[in-house]
Design a protein around this ligand. Sequence first.
Ligand SMILES: *Cc1c(COP(=O)(O)O)cnc(C)c1O
Length: 463
Amino acid sequence: MSRSAHPAGPRHADVLPEGHYSAPADDLNALDPKVWAHTVGRDADGVVTVGGIAVTQLAEEYGTPAYILDEADFRDRARAWRTAFGNDADVFYAGKAFLSRAVVRWLHEEGLNLDVCSGGELVTALSAGMPAERIAFHGNNKSPEEIERAVRAGVGRIVLDSFQEIVRVAHIAQSLGMRQRVQIRITVGVEAHTHEFIATAHEDQKFGIPLAGGQAAEAVRRALQLDGLEVIGIHSHIGSQIFDMSGFEVAAHRVVGLLRDIRDEHGVELPEIDLGGGLGIAYTSDDDPREPHEIAKALTEIVTRECEGARLRTPRISVEPGRAIVGPTAFTLYEVGTVKPLDGLRTYVSVDGGMSDNIRTALYDAEYSVALASRTSDAEPMLVRVVGKHCESGDIVVKDAFLPGDLAPGDLIAVPATGAYCRSMASNYNHVLRPPVVAVRDGAARVIVRRETEDDLLRLDVG
Ligand SMILES: *Cc1c(COP(=O)(O)O)cnc(C)c1O
């Protein structure tokens, strides 16, 4: 159907209200492969399938809401990153995006390393058999207990985030008779977010030690003197949901500048540089992320060129994608509870989850897309806002999108690209139970994180 055939508008409205949205897609039943996991499609009845299983069957078996994760897609993306960077670089999956023991095993099997930033993430990684030397420990306020646990376990690196932590980690390692490999996280004054980056951002944030004013150089100076530490490199993470590589270019230039100063002052060439994560994914059809091999090529060229300019040996590069690996691999499956048209505005579609399973829309004004999943429809598109069941008017899952005008209670709808920062940021607000994560692969489904129960809630409430 051509676009002009649609009177692009919501039911009961002649004009579209203000909002950030494009015209409805030509075919609302189509599933843009950019935003959906690799094995997602529709079966002969028009039902969305993933890994060969219909979502109607998944809903019946596991209930809604549920995060449905395409295991084959996860492994494909992890492997693509690993292959793109090759054996001279390391890919650390950022566990905070979504971590479970199944995910840890997949990462291990696909040859990736893992970033953790709390004792809880560390214990999850270790309990699923990730070798400690392949784990990096991050965070701006690791407790002494967490540090001791990480050092004892033998984590491959701890990323130091403050002057106090430099001393703290050195002291703990030394008291255990150990020498801990560390990177020092610096802020280079580059802030990247989606399509723009700022090369002169204020280093006004809680993470890292500012390069400006010589603080980062001073941190390296102190760390190099401490017996408990082996300084292996410099770490920089510039933002999130980044599409433009020029922010990394400026960051790499500044990090390599510091490596050069360290060489000149101390006569040591630090062997590693970590450029962080933050690579963007497609949440809607308007986003155009880059492939891992393009990113690997760009980053490697940037670092190599900068090092040649500074006459340094090119250090071993590492990167830390979280969202770019897990984000596109999952969608959230909801059941529609109510459909409420507001004249001249839009139609509010209430689902059985909300901000407790996806806080990103409320927190970051994030954009998502949505599709009718339990059937197809030829009805005219209507402008909708998909909202949750929480007692909060900001409880929005998808701010502006189009769904077929015959949408009704009982329909299943799916929100793609919810693999990252949805389950991991999920809450119990309103004592709503956190949804399960169901992994599908080759026609089989299994729960990798089970649905929370009322017993789980009551167990923590000790009266
Ligand atoms: C959050 C974070 C990442 C991962 O970011 P994504 O946007 O998920 O790729 C990587 N490294 C550090 C230090 C982070 O804080």
